[in-house]
Design a protein around this ligand. Structure first.
Ligand code: SF4
Length: 564
């Protein structure tokens, strides 16, 4: 169907993904052009024409795919909009009680001192989904177009530069044939395309590979599983933000949790699981369920009602894993560029800041009418001179330390990093892609060659199948699976024996299932329940053979993350 006639739309600036980074960028761009013109005209100079700006978003509604443990450092939003509070920023509460807990199976210890990385007093607790919606309203009021339901499928590359994005086709059946409602995706051409698709964005992945933008070390990830609970009024503590880890498990795997309160007696609980485990049965959903059986969580959630569920991967490699941020005609911002401070478990403010820095660079590009690397490469310089880079530099050896061992990280190198502004014992401390750490079953002791059993009680702990219904995920069944497995025979004939099919474990939405093969008794075959997918990207990252590619389904499909 590549020969079909496609509509084409031309804009000056195209943003891919309506998230905090792209929306802050689009708004800052419009305001920066206005400021540039006011200044230039006061000197008798020529004003710039206001660029046409379009933001496309794969979700049906802006904010529907936005999920985060949103305890937001207000630095970037205050730069974008100093009166953000007066303008109705959707703050739930401002943190006035930040603490760190060490959780054990039968007791809990509150640290007498909150470590500096988790000191979040004054930060704004919010739903990222609501923040995104609020930013979109501000953008639309400033004349910026936002098209939800538009999933960017391919980069348009012409003459060695990015020329825009092709939107995915709609109305294709499971065999790739057009249905009666077939609609070819349009080509959106732009002078500059800003990719802010979030973590492991499919177009960002294409861009990084095609233009060889890879960072010094490979990006590494963890997966955060998030649940929203409505707790009893007496358990609700506005302004509280808790971070913590489960011991002694933390000494072998660098996992952790967050918890904070929102309005209407809601509590946001998240558990992050590193995707660099040796264990092929590493399961972010199961780790979160297990964590809830600690006495603290049991007590908090007694009599509570589970409201929402979701998951997303988080880039944690830091500055040494960040790619080159531009090529001719394109820029990368936010999580798509690895702009997350894993040490502080915070990225929203950095996504916004990098978006704003990209916007300032686009003003230069408009003024010079040059969208090549020569001008838009100025984005990197702006980033290197910003507080966002300084913050990343102070955390630059955090993941490298954890890769040596969590004990080395927390007992020695992280304290040293705090004293030496990020250097620690050795700089840089290298690291490898997470999936390379996974051990084959034959390399594990016999007791670890099977997944540990766990009983879900249906009150505090739930199966993936139960939870995914609370994500609002929806995909039409009769379409090609957007989870593309390059070689399904590998799953049946090799992976089963070598790794025990880790996809059944690492996916937090029960998408992958090895089922008896009706054609070959005794053999199992991969079945993909693509309709369950919550777009977390874990499979694209964690598969040991790297044969799974996450691609966008039809525009408008996926989870619906209200309150997340
Ligand atoms: Fe996440 Fe992949 Fe599962 Fe979708 S299929 S929920 S992207 S792990």
């Amino acid at each position: 169907m590549s020969e079909v006639e496609r509509e084409s739309l031309e804009v000056d600036v195209l943003y891919v993904g309506a998230g905090p980074g792209t929306l802050a960028s689009a708004l800052h761009l419009v305001r920066s052009v206005e400021a540039y013109n006011a200044q230039t005209q006061s000197r008798g100079g020529k004003a710039l024409e206001m660029p046409s700006v379009l933001v496309i978003e794969k979700a049906a509604g802006v904010g529907d795919h936005s999920l985060s443990g949103a305890v937001i450092n207000p630095k970037a939003i205050a730069e974008l909009m100093p009166d953000f509070q007066e303008q109705g920023f959707p703050t739930e509460y401002v943190c006035d009680d930040a603490s760190f807990y060490m959780f054990f199976r039968s007791f809990t210890v509150k640290s007498p001192v909150c470590p500096p990385n988790f000191q979040k007093k004054g930060y704004h607790v919010a739903s990222l989904s609501n923040v995104t919606k609020w930013l979109a309203e501000k953008c639309e009021a400033a004349g910026i177009d936002i098209y939800p339901g538009f999933a960017g499928d391919q980069l348009l590359v012409e003459g060695g530069r990015v020329a825009g994005v092709r939107i995915g086709d709609m109305g294709v059946d499971r065999n790739g044939k057009p249905k009666s409602n077939y609609q070819p995706g349009m080509d959106i051409r732009a002078k500059v395309t800003v990719l802010g698709e979030g973590v492991r964005g499919s177009l960002s992945k294409q861009l990084i590979e095609r233009f060889e933008l890879q960072g010094r070390f490979p990006q590494v990830y963890e997966t955060g599983v998030k649940e929203i609970w409505r707790v009893r009024p007496e358990k609700h503590k506005p302004g509280r933000v808790i971070h913590g880890s489960l011991f002694p498990d933390f000494l072998s795997q660098f996992n952790g949790m967050w918890l904070y309160d929102m309005k209407d007696n809601l509590v946001s609980f998240g558990y992050v699981t590193m995707l660099d485990s040796k264990n092929p049965f590493n399961d972010p959903h199961l780790e979160a369920q297990r964590f809830k059986t600690t006495p603290f969580m049991r007590n908090l959630l007694e009599g509570a009602e589970l409201v929402r569920y979701g998951a997303k991967a988080i880039p944690v490699g830091g500055v040494y894993a960040q790619p080159k941020l531009y090529c001719d005609g394109a820029m990368l911002i936010g999580d798509a560029a690895g702009m997350c401070n894993a040490f502080k478990l915070a990225g929203i403010h950095i996504a916004m800041k990098t978006g704003m820095l990209a916007a300032e660079t686009i003003v230069d590009a408009i003024a010079r009418d040059d969208y090549s690397s020569v001008t838009i490469g100025g984005y990197t310089e702006r980033y290197r001179n910003s507080w966002a880079y300084a913050e990343h530099m102070e955390a630059r050896n955090f993941h490298g330390s954890a890769e040596v061992s969590p004990l080395f990280a927390m007992g020695l190198n992280v304290p040293l990093m705090l004293i030496t502004k990020g250097r620690g014992l050795k700089d840089p401390l290298p690291f490898t892609a997470g999936h390379r750490h996974m051990k084959k079953l034959s390399e594990l002791p016999a007791s670890k060659r099977q997944k540990e059993a766990f009983e879900f009680d249906g009150k505090l702990t739930f199966t993936k199948e139960h939870l995914v219904a609370l994500s609002g995920a929806q995909h039409e069944v009769d379409q090609p699976s957007h989870l593309v497995v390059a070689d399904v025979d590998l799953c049946s004939d090799v992976c089963t024996k070598e790794y025990g099919n880790p996809c059944e474990s690492f996916c937090p939405a029960a998408v992958y299932e090895m089922m008896p093969d009706p054609e070959q008794p005794g053999r199992k075959k991969l079945f993909i329940h693509h309709e369950n997918c919550v777009h977390c990207k874990t499979c694209d990252i964690a598969d040991p053979y790297q044969v799974i590619t996450w691609t966008p389904p039809q525009g408008g499909e996926g989870p619906e993350y209200t309150k997340m």
